[in-house]
Design a protein around this ligand. Structure first.
Ligand SMILES: Nc1nc2c([nH]c(=O)n2[C@@H]2O[C@H](COP(=O)(O)OP(=O)(O)OP(=O)(O)O)[C@@H](O)[C@H]2O)c(=O)[nH]1
Ligand SMILES: [Mg+2]
Length: 318
C-alpha cells in the first residue's frame, strides 16, 4: 500500500540571541509529547507562507511579520511521507502562547535535545541551524602572502565570521605543498580559538580534510564518491551548479551546498550567472541548506535569504 504524502509548513522562530522556539506535541495527536517546530498541514489552495502564518496564529497566537524560506525536505515515517517546508521567522507580533495546551520552550539549537524526544524530521534542521551563514573562501597564492591572510583572518574572526574554506588551486608551489599545509594548520588553530570552522577544498590532500573540520567537495569530486566521506562530526559542503549536483549532495548526506554563481563574478567571466530566480527554484529542491555564491557581499545576505539561501559564500566582498 502506498503511503500518504503530507505537506507541512514549519516555522523556525528565531530570537536575536539565536534561541529557537520548540513546542511539545499536544495530547491525543500522533507523536504526543514529542518536541517539534511549530507548524502544520498546508490546506488546499494555500501557499506555504499562508499556511505558516495561519498555523502560527492558531498554535501560538502570533502574527508573522518577517519570514523567509529556508529548506524543504522529505522525511519518510512508517505510516506516511512528510514534505516539510521550513521557514525562518525572524520578526513577529505578540508573545507565543501554547493555544493547544502545548508546552513551549526557547532553546539554543545545540541544547534542544535536553528538552526531551524530538521528532526525527526535526533533527537535521537543528544541526543545520548551527552552520554559520557567512562562508569566507581563501585566495592567498603563496607563502609570501601568508601574513596578510592571517591578518585578514583575525579581522574576519573579530567580525564574527565562523566558517572558512581553504581553497588554493593556484598556490605557487602546488595545492599539496608543505608550505600550504603549514599555513592551513596555523589558520585552523586561529579558527579553533574562536570556535570557527575551517573546511578544506577537495583539490587539497584528503589527509588534510580531517586535520581541519571537513571538506568542501568540488562537484566533480563529489560524483566520484559513493558515500559521505567523513564522519558526522565533520562538515561536508558540496559545490553545485545544477539540479543533478544538488540531488547528489543528498545521496552523500552533505551538510550543505554552495550553489552558483548567482550574480556575475570576475572568477567566471565567460559563464552566464544563474540569477536569483533560478537560484531560488533550484534551492527549493535541494533538501539541504544552501549558500549563494558569485558576486556576493554582506549587504546581499538578506536578499539571499529571501531567495531561500541559508547564507552567502565568497572569496572577495568581505
Ligand atoms: N509542526 C511540525 N510537524 C512536523 C515536524 N517534523 C515532522 O516530521 N512533522 C510532521 O508533520 C506533520 C504536521 O502535522 P501537525 O500535526 O502539526 O498538523 P496540524 O498542526 O495541521 O494539526 P492537525 O492536523 O491536528 O490540525 C505531522 O505528521 C508531524 O509528525 C516539525 O518539526 N514540526
Ligand atoms: Mg501542528
Amino acid at each position: 500500500m502506498s503511503k500518504p504524502h503530507i505537506h507541512v509548513a514549519v516555522g523556525v522562530i528565531i530570537r536575536d540571541n539565536g534561541e529557537i522556539l520548540l513546542g511539545q506535541r499536544p495530547k491525543g495527536k500522533p507523536w504526543e509529547d514529542w518536541w517539534e517546530f511549530p507548524g502544520g498541514k498546508i490546506e488546499a489552495g494555500e501557499s506555504v507562507h499562508q499556511a505558516l502564518c495561519r498555523e502560527l496564529k492558531e498554535e501560538l497566537d502570533i502574527e508573522v511579520e518577517q519570514a523567509t524560506p529556508w529548506v524543504n525536505f522529505v522525511h519518510e515515517y512508517p505510516k506516511n511521507i512528510v514534505h516539510l517546508a521550513f521557514w525562518k521567522v525572524t520578526r513577529w507580533q505578540g508573545t507565543p502562547k501554547g493555544l493547544e495546551n502545548q508546552q513551549l520552550a526557547w532553546t539554543l539549537p545545540e541544547s534542544a535535545e535536553q528538552l526531551g524526544q524530538l521528532l526525527p524530521a526535526s533533527l537535521p534542521p537543528l544541526k543545520w541551524l548551527t552552520t554559520p551563514n557567512r562562508y569566507v573562501i581563501s585566495a592567498i597564492g603563496s607563502a609570501a602572502n601568508a601574513p596578510a591572510w592571517l591578518e585578514k583572518l583575525d579581522t574576519l574572526l573579530d567580525r564574527g565570521i565562523r566558517l572558512f574554506q581553504l581553497r588554493e588551486p593556484n598556490w605557487d608551489e602546488g595545492p599539496k605543498a608543505e608550505s600550504l599545509k603549514a599555513l592551513m594548520q596555523e589558520t585552523h588553530q586561529r579558527c579553533q580559538q574562536k570556535g570557527a570552522r575551517l573546511l578544506i577544498n577537495s583539490i587539497h590532500p584528503k589527509a588534510w580534510w580531517s586535520l581541519a573540520d571537513g571538506v568542501q567537495l568540488k562537484a566533480q569530486d563529489a560524483l566520484l564518491l559513493e558515500e559521505r566521506p567523513l564522519s558526522e562530526d565533520k562538515l561536508i559542503g558540496i559545490s553545485a551548479h545544477n539540479l543533478a549536483d544538488l540531488l547528489y549532495a543528498n545521496i552523500l548526506r552533505a551538510d550543505f551546498v554552495v550553489l552558483g554563481h548567482v550574480l556575475p563574478t570576475v572568477s567566471h567571466p565567460n559563464q552566464p550567472p544563474l540569477g536569483w530566480e533560478t537560484f531560488a527554484q533550484l534551492g527549493a529542491e535541494a533538501g539541504l541548506p544552501i549558500f549563494a555564491i558569485g558576486g556576493m557581499n554582506e549587504t546581499l545576505l538578506p536578499v539571499a535569504q529571501q531567495n531561500g539561501a541559508h547564507g552567502i559564500a565568497g572569496i572577495s566582498g568581505w
